[in-house]
Design a protein around this ligand. Sequence first.
Ligand SMILES: Nc1nc2c(ncn2[C@@H]2O[C@H](COP(=O)(O)OP(=O)(O)OP(=O)(O)O)[C@@H](O)[C@H]2O)c(=O)[nH]1
Ligand SMILES: [Mg+2]
Length: 323
Amino acid sequence: MAIRRDALELLKEARGGSRTALAKTISLVERGGDGARSVARAIGELVSGEIPAESAIPYLIGITGAPGAGKSTLTDRLINRYRSHGREIAILAVDPSSPYTGGAILGDRIRMGDHATDPGVYIRSMATRGHLGGLAEAVPQAASVLGVAGFDEVLIETVGVGQVEVEIAGAADTTVVVVNPGWGDSIQANKAGLMEIADLFVINKADRDGVRETRRDIESMLDLSKQGGPRPQVLEAVATTDRGMDEIYSAIQDHKRSLFESGKISTIREERFRAEVRKYLVDMVRREVEELMPDEFGAEVSKHDPGLFAEELFARYKKAMRS
Ligand SMILES: Nc1nc2c(ncn2[C@@H]2O[C@H](COP(=O)(O)OP(=O)(O)OP(=O)(O)O)[C@@H](O)[C@H]2O)c(=O)[nH]1
Ligand SMILES: [Mg+2]
């Protein structure tokens, strides 16, 4: 109960502009469990009360790609664009705490340090506490907290290496996939499942050789993919020198505008909600399965077919649920 009241207080303070309260609220979300649930309830309470439901959901922009592709440099440059257009922006840098990105958080902090004193920018790293799956739940919830705190747009940087990371990036409204020139990079991106989730491709490090080949690879993969909706644009950039950044910013804004104008944004949000509900349900059912599993099988091993035995257990379970 205490946690719940705390969460509501914290969230209100975060909405009032307290960055300390905002950081604490996201930490509660990150830790999961009861704290995260209290935050969820507090969001619900505020949204059905003082905050209009539409304004509580921020627009999500995912930036993903292989380790070292230049995502953070690009994000840093995008922040400048948002600020020069007078917009506030929040960034969630998702660190899967995997061997791929050792030290990435520190690097991001240093590079994005210029924005540290700007009240219109909020940067937060999120790491796994335990299992990676937890992040897939925590990131969308943290984004909601940022929405309630008044941010209309949230940039989410993830390293697109595994299923969960790709899932997080793909759940954004506009997903930017960053690749580098050179043989094989776009093929790796394809293998990682990044082709399907991209709304926009950026060939970053275009100061290096192989841009034309990489573009050709991406275009031909796009020709083959049976994705519905508008064909993703393929842009070039040198994030370190700011080249191509205006075009990227405009392409993101254009994509956003088209989603709102066509009404597709509602479908995307409903799909995302559906996917998240399903994930929670699967989690709950999985826990039930553990309850159902006998501690020991002993003599059953030789008596049963495992499939039939599972059916029997399940039938017993359903009967128990009904009574
Ligand atoms: N030559 C060149 N180097 C770049 C460019 N963009 C970024 N880099 C460099 O590439 C390195 C990695 O950049 P980051 O922005 O940290 O890449 P990242 O994708 O965020 O990396 P992780 O978060 O660790 O996966 C840094 O040394 C950057 O300075 C570019 O356009 N051209
Ligand atoms: Mg990075």
